[in-house]
Structure formats: C-alpha cells, structure tokens
Design a protein around this ligand. Structure first.
Ligand code: 5GP
Length: 175
C-alpha cells in the first residue's frame, strides 16, 4: 500500500508553543524532585528532546522501546519490551513521555510494568491523544493536543519508517 502526505494537522509553531507550555508546567510541578523522563522509542524522541530543552529544572532521561503485537494500524494491547530502562527507578519520580495515545493499551501496559518497580510516582506526558479511541481509562497529566481518529505522521511519528523528520503533524492518505 502506498501513502502520501494529506494535510497539515498541527503546524510547527503550535507544536513549539504547546511543548514550551508543557515544559513549564512540568518544571513547576517537579521543582526539586529530579524526575526521570522516560521516552518511548521511537516516536517520542522529538517531543522529548524539545521538551527537556525548555525545562528549567534538573531532569534525567531514559528510554524504553516497545512493540505491540498486532498489525500496523491495530494495537492488540500485548506489548513486548524491545529495550528496557538503563537505570533503576525505585523511589524515583517518573514521567512517561509518549508521542500518541490511541487505544491506550500500550500506555496501560507500560504504567503497570513501571509500577511494579516501585517508583515514587508515575505521570504521563503525551503529545497527542486520539479522541474517543481509548479502550481503558487513563490519566494523562500533560497532554499536547487532542486529535480526531486519523493516522498521523511527523514530529517523530512514522508511517513505515517515513516522515519522522517532518517538523509538523500531518495526516496521510492512500494513493
Ligand atoms: P495504543 O496502544 O494507544 O493503541 O497505540 C499507541 C502506539 O501506536 C503509539 O505509541 C504509536 O506508536 C502507534 N500509533 C497510534 N496511532 C498512531 C498514528 O496515528 N500515527 C503513528 N505514526 N503511530 C500511531
């Protein structure tokens, strides 16, 4: 199946502004707490790197890579850890940094997995949330944008490894 970029959904300036606002919120909430921001590879790396450069508190970063069993467009909720954290997070304040929450099954798995490691707290920062698509109740403390149920790329998000480098969020269409 071939795809091409359809339309820009969130322009670069809006992404920049909202990312800065979230960075300020996190800085205020976590002052003196030295949180670990956990970027979920690969999609969240752009959001994470923009976020930390606009924060004015000390933070650490770590990464996890997960793959969801299922096909390209449907998450099954059964998650395989491809890369685990490098650090011990017991007693630490954690912020999971995600690119997009669709069904929420991946995030639900990650929260439960991290909870078992006995951190001091866990919150979530997600750039995007597909409205009305969640299959499990989730609390996303820091949310960039709610979007309609469309497949999106750019700002770290891909379609078959393409278009992660785009500085904006765009929809794709089949050609
Ligand atoms: P969930 O478990 O919430 O259904 O799926 C979350 C993961 O599915 C995201 O981290 C992302 O990797 C992928 N995903 C869901 N929707 C989209 C989308 O519109 N575009 C892209 N590129 N990935 C998506």
């Amino acid at each position: 199946m071939a795809y091409e970029i359809d339309e820009v959904l969130i322009p670069e300036e809006e992404l920049k502004k909202r990312t800065e606002e979230i960075a300020q919120e996190i800085s205020k909430d976590y002052k003196g707490k030295n949180p670990i921001l956990i970027g979920i590879l690969r999609g969240a790396f752009v959001f994470l790197s923009d976020l930390i450069r606009k924060m004015d508190i000390e933070v650490e970063i770590d990464f996890m890579a997960v793959s969801s069993y299922g096909n390209a467009t449907h998450s099954s909720g059964v998650v395989r850890i491809l890369k685990d954290l490098s650090e011990n997070v017991r007693g630490r304040h954690l912020i999971i940094v995600e690119d997009i929450v669709d069904t929420g099954l991946t995030l639900n798995y990650l929260i439960r997995n991290l909870q078992a490691r006995e951190p001091a707290s866990i919150e979530v920062a997600s750039l995007l949330l597909k409205e009305g698509c969640q299959k499990v109740p989730l609390k996303i403390k820091y949310l960039g944008f709610k979007i309609p149920d469309r497949f999106v790329v750019g700002f770290g998000l891909d379609c078959g490894q393409r278009w992660r480098y785009l500085p904006y969020i765009a929809t794709v269409k089949k050609v």
